[in-house]
Design a protein around this ligand. Structure first.
Ligand code: EPZ
Length: 419
């Protein structure tokens, strides 16, 4: 089992190029099922979630290939599968937003319940309600969902919660549904706008992504297209927080500062210097981080839940007390007991963590239990005094490609043990 060996305590310095966004590439790959010609997605991160999604597309009859630097090509022109393989669907929760593309293209889809994961229950009721609003007949039986989209048509639908996945699923289903669809209370994450750009590049007619109301005019077919996904704001934010925690000065290239302002505002509140350039940014920090009094995760443009764990690591070494509220997922504090092994002083009550900053975290043997909590432990270990071992690196590698190489390029003393 791969683990990190980290010799912490020194400041960071250097430059890194941010990968393309996992949470854009996954829906874009799902959407490629709808194209009746080849799709090319450039510069994709070869992370486990992307590789699993390629496995699912392959299982649906798509011809999938990629170049050495992971320009991905998907040709769904002869695809025909409409059942998501249960084992892969369980492994990759976000495969549920293949329902929309399969219904759009083939008017039928079957899937096992994706189930929860280590950060919460992860229900799909909003996906199913929205599809029913589009007149999809859905039967939920033993362990699975069967969707009949032969009568699917555009409609008005409202999301109880601005769910990213449900917004994306409905945009894709509606793209090939006859008539006009209006999705209200849609999620506004930048990855939604990226999906809109991609669908329109394929000949779709989608507008409003990035606002609460997305409008889609169904078209008869979607063509192949070439597309480059947007930068990964969560990888960028994780590296920014690593520098805020360890101190030093780093430059990140191929970033979009506009998508990072919820974090930039918080970092500046804590005295960290952030300077935005054209497609790049610089982070500069020295000494003990100043505590942020509080932080609440919110749908975009609020503070992203995916940066809550790395942000909590920063607060654990701050000069005060920070109250962090996780509003999106039920159990997203799994990294806290591991941080406590590093000397952190944190109390968790339900969805609230009270973080009393300590002068310095100390190296320890800790274990990642899920993706973002694992990244939070890695950056804490880089700042901690002494040596740490971070187990469960496979969780981190689901969403960060060669994370240890990026951190090493920024001056961290980190090695990977095991295979
Ligand atoms: C996407 O997950 C991201 N994943 C998550 O990133 C991210 O944390 C999340 O959006 C929120 O930003 C991908 O894009 C692949 P949601 P998603 O539906 O779509 C509730 C990471 O670390 N909800 O926006 O599954 C849900 O329980 C991952 O990269 C329902 O109640 O998230 C949660 O409380 C983790 N019913 C809230 O909505 C539903 O049918 C937001 O979830 C769907 C969601």
């Amino acid at each position: 089992m791969r683990k990190y060996l980290i010799d912490g305590g020194g400041p960071l310095s250097g430059a890194a190029t941010v990968a393309k966004a996992k949470n854009a590439v996954l829906p874009l790959l799902a959407a490629s099922v709808m194209a009746d010609g080849p799709v090319a997605l450039r510069k994709c991160p070869p992370i486990a979630d992307v590789v699993n999604m390629l496995g699912i597309l392959n299982g649906l009859g798509c011809r999938v290939s990629h170049s050495p630097d992971f320009d991905i090509r998907v040709d769904a022109s002869n695809a025909g599968g409409t059942e998501l393989p249960a084992d892969l669907a369980r492994e990759l929760r976000s495969s549920i937003f293949l329902l929309g593309p399969l219904l759009g293209r083939f008017k039928t889809a079957r899937a096992a319940y994706p189930g929860g994961c280590d950060i919460g229950f992860r229900p799909i009721d909003l996906h199913l309600k929205g599809l029913r609003d589009l007149n999809v007949k859905i039967t939920e039986g033993y362990g699975g969902i069967v969707c009949d989209g032969r009568e699917m048509r555009g409609a008005e639908t409202m999301l109880e919660v601005p769910s990213v996945g449900a917004t994306e699923n409905l945009m894709m289903a509606a793209a090939l549904a006859p008539g006009r669809t209006v999705i209200r209370n849609a999620a506004k994450e930048p990855e939604i706008a990226d999906l809109q750009r991609f669908l329109n590049a394929m000949g779709g007619r989608v507008a409003g992504a990035g606002s609460s109301t997305v409008k889609i005019e169904g078209v008869a077919k979607l063509n192949g297209a070439e597309f480059t996904p947007l930068p990964d704001r969560i990888e960028a934010g994780t590296l920014m927080l690593a520098c805020a925690l360890a101190g030093g000065r780093i430059v990140l290239n191929e970033v979009n500062c506009e998508h990072l302002f919820p974090l930039i505002a918080k970092l500046r509140e804590g005295g960290v210097g952030v300077v935005c350039g054209e497609g790049s940014l610089t982070v500069e920090a020295a000494g003990r981080p100043s505590a942020c009094v509080g932080m609440e995760t919110q749908p975009y443009p609020g503070f992203p839940t995916d940066l809550q764990a790395p942000f909590l690591s920063l607060q654990a070494a701050s000069d005060g007390v920070c109250v962090i509220r996780e509003n999106l997922f039920e159990t997203r504090f799994k990294h806290v007991p591991e941080l406590i092994k590093m000397g952190a002083d944190i109390t968790v009550r339900d969805r609230t963590a009270i973080v009393r900053g300590v002068k310095s975290l100390r190296g320890a043997q800790v274990a990642a239990r899920e993706l973002r909590g694992g990244a939070a432990l890695a950056i804490a270990a880089i700042a901690a005094k002494g040596t740490s071992v971070v187990e469960g690196v496979r969780h981190i590698e689901r969403g960060y490609y060669k994370f240890e190489e990026k951190l090493r390029a920024l001056g961290a003393k980190i090695d990977v043990l095991g295979n």
